[in-house]
Design a protein around this ligand. Sequence first.
Ligand SMILES: [Zn+2]
Length: 492
Amino acid sequence: MTAELSKAPTRPERCPECGYDTHNRRIPPPPSLFHWRITAPALVVLAALLALAWMFLRNWQTSTTGSGTAQALVIEPSFTLDDIGRIADSRQMNSGLAATLQRALAEQASALARYPGDPVLTTGFVEGRGMRRDTLMYGWPTGWVTRISYSLYDDAVARTGPRPMRTWTPQDNTGGVILPNEPVAANSSLDDSGLVMPRPRWSWGTYGGGYLAYRPTPEETGGTAYWLDINTYGVVAVVGLIVLGWALLRIAIWAINVVRDRSKPRLRSGLVSLFGALAVAAVIAWMTIETCQRTDTFIAPRRTGTFVRTGATGGYYAQRGMEHSSLRASALPSLAASPDGDRVAAQAILGALKDQPAPAHYLAIALNAESIMHNGSGRFWRAVPVLSWHSTQYIRRSDIGSPDLMANPPGVRWDFQNAYLRRTVSSGDPAQAESGFSINLGSVGLIVLGTWVLWLLARLICRGITQLIMRCRRRRNQCIACGHALGPPVAA
Ligand SMILES: [Zn+2]
């Protein structure tokens, strides 16, 4: 009798209150959009975003922006003073000089796009003895991995007479140099001595968000200084951008389903969003391959020169032995296409020479913006670089022309560089500063990823609480969906 009673259907097939199948043990969907299982995770995310916005507003920092200085680099394939002389005299046709200049300067030219005026080609001849720097940067929109190897040569351009580096030992300490008590920082500079200060094999750097620095000794890498930086921030940012693509598609499909006629079948968001995320990943992978920067550059042996200050905040660095030529960036493409271009370029390079270098010296070039920043200021968020505001005036470099204020053409400009999407508005009036803002796409990815993880955690906790409530309701013989009493409580 008792056994029969406990087996007897003491509860109906369906809950009379909400109609939920009483034998279904799965978690029922939330009955409305405003149910706590939906609102609680949403409120957690909202609170986190508000906290972030509050921190944003509290942690602004104002800076005065300086101007960059173009570093002179030896171009490859290389040209000696003798080569340039031959090309200028038209004794060497099709030397490829103008095309090499244009290719070598394309990247520098895009970095100078924000400065008003026409950049000037600065040239000089430098000796080959020195350090060679081979850089490989991988990743988009910010670099994930940067690999640099430094090596010393008697002639770094021809790669002859290698001078292996070695780790510094106390016996090398001559002339009363102060001994380091502990390994020096990962990015301590290298010099021409060939001695590398002891540095930790692995260390954590915080510049630009955080990176893992790997520094094996030169003895392990065949006499070169090998630097490997893994930008954890860049990797996290990429995952964040993929999640952003996935989330935006899910939201779009959800919105379409809400708006659409109820009689039509609902769109399934799972597969479509997955493809969306894969598409974002493919774009990032493609851009990474496209923008993989391999530079084989040779640092001019000694960087000597003077800093020329103009106004309160700006200035430029004038490198000794480097002179402004008559060539401007705007002329380079037509020069590379012209049959006479090599000769014209060579004559301009010879025309810029002030003192006569040795004939074996190599051509070094730099592209310098005609203008430099003047009375600039930037306002950026200190903790993570997400948003920044800038306001700048420009002035012509005094070694290029009369130091007048300069302005970009009036209008709105967008540019994308080093993960920063930048918008600038210029009035075209040199007396007025141009201003705008920039967004760091990498940081956007980071924030999206953080928000998504928080949302997942909040949902997981809500699910746990729901399961506890359901277990409790089952024990009390209540409908698991709405808690309506279905009959007397079942004995445990
Ligand atoms: Zn119910």
